[in-house]
Design a protein around this ligand. Structure first.
Ligand code: HEC
Ligand code: HEC
Length: 465
């Protein structure tokens, strides 16, 4: 795969192959592997971020190109400094076995910026919504940006970086395997980096260290159970239910786009391991700490304090995507003698309830937004009285919305006409089409994206933050 995606010209420009024959034929050996990043001093190492910004080499149609960390001509006696820094052990550059096909090393494949081309998603729609607010620039998913300010990101200018925890997307997600959930909790079993995963990539290939797995598991246990991602004995994909093309979200319950709708629901192949691997991951992401007195008098009250720490994920938990991903804290108390569930008194809401964190059974007003008359919580939502980790999109009036396509970044800088402006205050319009929009860091925490939402308390990465 010939990813380049350089953001700007740098000291190490990308050398194109000067012709239609193979890289091995037309390029000197010294230029075939791309061991250097375009600009080590830039926070993104000189690569472009977001919007699927890859430059694709036409050579890849005919010839094998870059294959991850496998080099055609690995520098002699030189360790792979980047991966050695992650795993805290000397790892030599790996050489490709060329009997099968050619292939070259590309530094980008070991870096988070490889994933950032897609996992930093912005709504590009340049329209105003029905409240007159600008829709373009709304951050839908900021997984890379969240990572880039975490303790894991070895990037210039990241004040939160902790060298003990250096990890890119690949060295967590592609270290997951059966028995190794690949979260920071399990990759640092005693506070130190676990040895890299080793193994063969092909039956007749050499043993590799590190060997990168390709499960690509996130936090989704539902769709991964629906879809038969495995292949049949003949190599065809197992049959699976498909999301209907009419399946979008609309706030209007009568709209055909209101709910996700699957076709061929009865057509399922063999159950795959992906759902199980996702649970494996989720069980090793958060630390839950409960503080409560050992004993309490009958009929009296006892204070409970729950602390949630994101010590396993390399980005917010859950990451990005308002309306799609939510986590919340459920608390229930039981009398062990009678098995009776006890009432809990909530000191924040000043109300008693039998447990906190169940799903709602009917549509209700959201107590978090008493002034938002149009906004109703649909039945089956997480208990609004529970502490939630979720980014909440708004059309601009401060009320939540499910019309994600028309949500606005609440902290976008605009001029008097409501048009976004660049850093010089110049309107971004047809006379200034390359202007870059500016977002305000309202809570001064170094993260501009969390201020784009009505409220955005997903658990930030790393216990110290
Ligand atoms: C060419 C675009 C693209 C690139 C590059 C890419 N991804 Fe993805 N990835 C997607 C899409 C699209 C999905 C499915 C939608 C989703 O879940 O967000 C996805 C899904 C995932 C998931 C599963 C999410 C879930 O909810 O379970 C993980 C984990 C993941 N990607 C990790 C990575 C990592 C790590 C890299 C870099 C090595 C990477 N991706 C590179 C487009 C991409
Ligand atoms: C320290 C390990 C670690 C690193 C580094 C890491 N992830 Fe994750 N990632 C996780 C864990 C654990 C989960 C599941 C829990 C969660 O959702 O946060 C996850 C979930 C995800 C998901 C599913 C979204 C969600 O919240 O359910 C995507 C997509 C994803 N990661 C992509 C990335 C990308 C892209 C990068 C690099 C920019 C990255 N991850 C870096 C551990 C990591």
């Amino acid at each position: 795969m010939p990813f380049t995606g350089y953001a700007h010209k740098s000291g190490t420009p990308y050398p194109s192959v000067p012709g239609t024959a193979s890289r091995a034929k037309l390029q000197p050996e010294s230029q075939q592997d791309r061991t250097a990043v375009p600009d080590p001093a830039s926070p993104t190492q000189g690569y472009a971020i977001g919007a699927g910004a890859y430059k694709l080499s036409p050579h890849a149609i005919v010839f094998p190109e870059y294959v991850g960390p496998l080099a055609a001509h690995p520098p002699k006696d030189q360790r792979d400094a980047y991966l050695s820094g992650v795993f805290k052990t000397d790892l030599p550059h790996q050489q490709i076995q060329r009997s099968g096909h050619e292939g070259y090393y590309q530094a980008l494949h070991e870096r988070a910026e490889m994933c950032a081309a897609c996992h930093d998603v912005t709504n590009p729609l340049t329209v105003k919504n029905r409240l007159g607010r600008w829709v373009g620039g709304f951050p839908i998913e900021r997984t890379y940006s969240e990572w880039a300010t975490s303790r894991y990101a070895d990037r210039p200018g990241n004040r939160n970086f902790d060298p003990r925890f250096k990890r890119d997307c690949q060295t967590c997600h592609m270290q997951q395997d059966f028995g190794q959930p690949g979260t920071a909790q399990t990759l640092y079993p005693d506070g130190h980096a676990a040895p890299p995963r080793a193994g063969r990539l092909a039956n007749d290939g050499p043993e590799r260290t590190p060997a990168f797995s390709h499960h690509f598991i996130g936090g989704n246990t539902f769709v991964t159970r629906l879809a038969g991602a495995d292949v049949t004995e003949t190599g065809a994909p197992e049959p699976y239910p498909e999301l209907s093309i009419y399946s979008f979200t609309s706030a209007d319950e009568k709209s055909p786009y209101h709910n996700a709708f699957f076709e061929n629901v009865s057509s399922r192949g063999a159950i795959t391991q992906h759902s199980r691997l996702a649970w494996d991951r989720l069980r090793n992401v958060l630390d839950l700490d409960l503080k409560a007195p050992q004993t309490a008098d009958p009929g009296g009250s006892a204070p409970l304090r729950v602390t949630v720490t994101n010590s396993g994920s390399g980005h917010d938990f859950p990451s990005g995507f308002p309306e799609g991903r939510a986590a919340w804290v459920a608390v229930r108390a039981f009398d062990l003698d009678s098995g009776r569930e006890l009432d809990l008194w909530d000191s924040h809401w000043k109300r008693a309830s039998r447990g906190v964190g169940y799903l709602t059974r009917e549509e209700m007003a959201d107590p978090n937004y008493p002034r938002c008359k149009e906004w109703k919580l649909p039945a089956g939502s997480p208990d609004p009285y529970a502490v939630q980790f979720k980014a909440i999109a708004s059309l601009g009036d401060g009320c939540p919305t499910l019309e994600l396509a028309y949500a606005t970044p609440l902290n976008l800088k605009v001029n008097g006409d409501g048009v976004p402006v660049d850093a010089q205050g110049k309107a971004i319009d047809r006379r200034n089409p390359r202007g870059v929009p500016v977002y305000e860091d309202r809570d001064h925490d170094g993260d501009v994206w969390d201020d784009s939402f009505r409220s955005s308390p997903p658990a930030r990465a790393g216990p110290s933050r």
